[in-house]
Design a protein around this ligand. Structure first.
Ligand code: ZN
Length: 485
């Protein structure tokens, strides 16, 4: 790859183009000018000119990947090189998922779990959403952001300390105004996580009332971590669809999964249900390629999981990276006493079935979302390996997806669902978010035992025409933008 100072005009020559639409690969050259794709050229027709040339023979050139589900709101500010993501080829992250966003949360407010998954309390210093967007514009990261507003964050902002109740009409009004202010500033929509304590007492009507400002706006997204991803998932899906219809918004089923052995195999039904709904309203899904999930330590999850790993623990820091079952044997404690000793804590739960994961990922409406927790000391490997694991394991090793179908999920499909008019495809006039990788070598390296490891085979990444990743290193460039609807 060329050096980090990408000149104004650059020809990427000799690569195999996968354009993000799902179309088969084809040999072509691509000319970048400034932040834009100037032309897609037949091989060898890019005359010698005043442009630099980068030879990418034998490599795939694709649109930069869109991570459709992240918790990178604070990480973008704290670690703007975004190495966990650019090292996988990611050029855009959707923030504010699962009902938790860094803003609006006034400084000094107590942060109930799981808001703390977004990073240390010092990062929560934006009482209104536009202030966080402006902070990101003032100190850009290496990647673009698609901001969503989290419903639990609105609750923390607008309600007193007692969140274990539905919001009053006055509180709903306050939240609705905060959301409207964010949408005016360009936010793409709202997320909820009624699975989590700060939002579990919110009624369906509360969410619809708060989301009033989404009605009548184009391209709104309602992303939801369902109230239940286990025995009662059908009712939870219906609730999300009701909310999406009431708000006139596209429903994004976040990290779609079936938790617990007795629910394994039910993705056949849930996907059919979502397909039926798609005839009536816009819907899509995201997921990652691992049979384990990760969030705060909760006994209901521990009891559903066949194995639980401790990602971090404030109560017992030495538990980090250890198996819950091993610790329980050593300490001789019941579950409740375990929770008391470990909390607050985060954990990784092996509670999905591989076949469900593959079926959901292969579904034509499913995008790719890492759901990584960037500040966890011993994170789920999805934060570093989601995209490259799909390209290596599911595409190259298992043949579950063609390369162009996998890339489409990571690019064109996500851009379409989030309403990006000029990203996600390799087209003249579109923004130059690009990734170059070796399809034979690309490989995730992060594992559950050693989760903080950059992937192999991602050779170059460009965001808005500037190179941010070069042969295994960040370039230090930070051309990321807060994207606007
Ligand atoms: Zn979630």
């Amino acid at each position: 790859m060329a050096g980090s100072a990408t000149p104004a005009r650059t020809l990427l020559r000799g690569g195999l183009l996968i354009d993000g639409s799902g179309a088969p690969p084809r040999a072509a050259d691509l000319l970048v000018e400034g932040d834009t794709i100037a032309a897609v050229l037949e091989p060898g027709t890019g005359a010698e000119g005043d442009h630099a040339v980068i030879d990418i023979a034998g490599r795939v050139l694709a649109p930069g990947f869109i991570d459709s589900h992240t918790h990178d709101d604070g990480y973008l500010l704290a670690h703007p090189d975004m190495v966990p993501k650019v090292s996988q080829g990611v050029t855009t992250v959707v923030t504010g998922n699962c009902g938790i966003s860094l803003a609006p949360v006034p400084p000094g407010r107590a942060l109930p779990q799981p808001l703390d998954l977004l990073g240390p309390s010092e990062l929560f210093r934006y009482a209104d959403f536009p202030a966080w967007m402006q902070a990101l514009r003032d100190a850009p990261a290496a990647v673009n952001a698609i901001p969503l507003v989290g419903h639990a964050s609105l609750r923390v902002s607008a309600m007193d300390d007692d969140l274990q109740r539905p919001a009053t009409p006055q509180e709903c009004e306050r939240m609705a105004r905060l959301l409207e202010e964010a949408l005016e500033a360009g936010a793409f929509g709202m997320s909820t996580g009624t699975f989590y304590p700060p939002a579990q007492h919110a009624t369906t009507q509360e969410i619809i009332d708060i989301g009033a400002a989404m009605r009548g706006r184009n391209g709104m997204v309602y992303a939801t971590h369902l109230r239940d991803e286990s025995d009662h998932i059908d009712a939870a899906i219906e609730e999300a669809l009701d909310i999406g219809r009431a708000l006139g918004a596209r429903v994004v089923f976040s990290h779609h999964k079936l938790a617990g052995e007795r629910n394994h195999g039910r993705s056949v039904e849930t996907l059919a249900r979502i397909d039926r709904a798609a005839l009536l309203q816009p819907v899509c899904l995201d997921c990652h390629p691992y049979p384990a999930t990760s969030t705060m330590l909760r006994l209901d999850r521990v009891r559903l999981a066949r194995r639980t790993l401790i990602a971090w623990s404030k109560g017992e820091p030495s538990a980090q990276g250890r198996d819950y079952a091993d610790l329980q044997r050593e300490w001789g404690l019941c579950d409740e006493a375990m929770l008391q000793r470990l909390a607050p804590a985060g954990a990784i739960y092996f509670l999905m079935d591989e076949r469900d994961v593959e079926r959901i990922l292969a579904h034509p409406r499913t995008m790719v979302g890492s759901d990584g927790l960037p500040f966890d000391p011993h994170p789920h490997p999805r934060q570093w390996g989601t995209f490259t694991r799909i390209l290596s394991r599911l595409v190259r090793d298992q043949g579950l997806l063609t390369l162009e179908a996998a890339v489409h999920k990571m690019t064109g499909l996500a851009a379409e669902n989030y309403g990006l008019a000029d990203r996600g495809l390799l087209r003249a006039g579109w923004k130059a978010d690009l990734v170059v990788f070796d399809p034979a070598q690309v490989q995730d390296v992060a594992t559950f035992d050693h989760p903080v490891q950059a992937s192999r085979g991602i050779e170059g990444v460009w965001v808005n025409g500037r190179q941010v990743w070069d042969g295994g290193q960040p370039t230090g460039q930070r051309p990321g933008r807060v994207l606007m609807r």
